[in-house]
Design a protein around this ligand. Structure first.
Ligand SMILES: NC(=[NH2+])NCCC[C@H](N)C(=O)O
Length: 413
């Protein structure tokens, strides 16, 4: 397997990463974005085949080099607007230079019960031989049976197909939104619901606890807790969160995060928003993202039927219309919905292609996939500047600019 460009750069870049620079602060969806975590896709995408793409949560087989070009353009669109872009692959490789973190991440992979003792010992030896950048690549792209020479004489290795995975690949790492989420100066390392994604949070968990850049950061949530995914968490306004509850985040996950942010004084109100439990609406951010301090772009077919339960320190109330509950919690008269005015079929097509999944760089300035022509035109008519990126390959994983980004620092509102 060839080493992707991102990994080749790891050592060069790692030397320049200063420890714990600046404060970390996210208390809005839209204020000026300063630092964001992305993942440049690499060889993990080349593991996708028509046999495994469904279980690996991709709707097609992406053309890897084109996906990388699209992603580079996305990163450049952010960088050229003054946003610092951190790459998950670099952070993992840097974290792996620390013996304690390396031991923890290796143990995480080796605890897979499918391995059995003999193969586990062989994989342990294989991993021990890899330098940090290559080990990071293995943890991300996985390892196939054919890449290791023997199985230590055990049954598991003998019975595997040569193309089976000894370590599963993580193609959905691309969607950095889901595996961690920042609320003010703390980070919630999430608890991912789908088996294909669970191991992602061993990586984010290790980064936030070991990487010097994040030294001293308190964790709000960890992967052993109830299911919660970052795509479901929206910071509507300072101290106001919305949490989608559906295919990925459970009511218990939403309740746990609500308790914690309220107890820590990071939020006074948390809205729990039920969304249809289906692939097209796997996270709240597939149907609704913020584009201004008081405006959202929303899937028109549900905009006026979405509901919310309101959780405060004192009580749980609801359900009521989401738009009403949100405006009240945010202390504004009205949460504007950018009326995409689309016919139901266009709306459904563009929702599927992540038309509602925009990433705000600043109020009224967002990144969106170019293919959602109608939604973008309506955003512009409503005064929102749209930075268009192509996503024909990236989109095959069903995620747009918001899913592919984890804001670490935004200016205070
Ligand atoms: N925040 C998001 N909407 N993320 C999209 C994640 C897509 C990914 N293929 C999954 O199914 O998990």
């Amino acid at each position: 397997m060839t080493v992707p460009r991102s990994s080749q750069n790891v050592t060069a870049r790692s030397r320049s990463v200063p420890a714990n620079v600046g404060h970390v602060y996210v208390d809005s969806e839209v204020s000026r974005l300063r630092t964001v975590l992305l993942h440049r896709p690499g060889p993990e995408l080349a593991r996708l085949t028509p046999r495994n793409n469904d279980s690996l949560l991709f709707d097609g087989i992406p053309w890897v080099s084109r996906a990388q070009e699209e992603h580079d353009a996305f990163a450049e669109a952010l960088r050229s607007r003054g946003v610092e872009v951190l790459h998950l692959g670099d952070l993992i490789a840097e974290t792996l230079t620390l013996p304690e973190a390396r031991a923890e991440l290796t143990a995480g992979v080796l605890s897979d019960r499918r391995l059995g003792d003999a193969l586990r010992a062989t994989v342990a030896d294989y991993l021990a031989d890899q330098e940090p950048a290559r080990l990071a690549e293995v943890l991300i792209a996985g390892l196939a049976h054919e890449e290791i020479k023997s199985g230590g004489g055990g049954l598991v290795y003998e019975m595997m197909d040569r193309l089976d995975f000894v370590i599963d690949p993580l193609p959905n790492l691309l969607f950095t939104r889901d595996s961690s989420v920042w609320v003010r100066d703390r980070v919630a390392v999430t608890s991912l619901a789908m088996p294909a994604r669970r191991r992602e949070t061993t990586l984010t968990h290790a980064i936030y606890r070991h990487h010097p850049r994040f030294a001293g950061t308190e964790l709000l949530f960890d992967p052993s807790l109830e299911h919660l995914e970052g795509g479901d968490v929206l910071v509507l306004a300072p101290r106001v969160l919305a949490i989608g509850v559906g295919e990925r985040t459970t009511p218990a996950g939403a309740e746990r995060l609500a308790q914690r942010v309220i107890a820590a004084g990071l939020a006074h109100t948390v809205l729990a928003v039920p969304i249809a439990q289906e692939r097209a609406t796997m996270h709240l951010d597939t149907v609704c993202t913020m584009v201004d301090v008081d405006a959202v772009v929303m899937y028109p077919n549900i905009a006026h039927t979405l509901e919310a339960w309101t959780v405060t320190e004192l009580k749980v109330g609801g359900p009521r219309p989401f738009l009403e509950a949100a405006a009240e919690a945010m202390g504004i008269d009205r949460l504007r919905v950018i009326d995409t005015g689309l016919d139901p079929v266009t709306a459904e097509r563009e929702q599927w292609d992540d038309g509602n999944n925009t990433l705000a760089i600043a109020p009224r300035l967002c990144v969106a996939y170019e293919r959602n022509v109608e939604t973008n035109a309506q955003l512009e008519r409503a005064g929102i500047e749209v930075v268009r990126i192509s996503g024909s390959e990236l989109g095959s994983g069903r995620g747009g600019p918001r899913c592919m980004s984890c804001p670490i620092e935004r200016d205070p509102l």
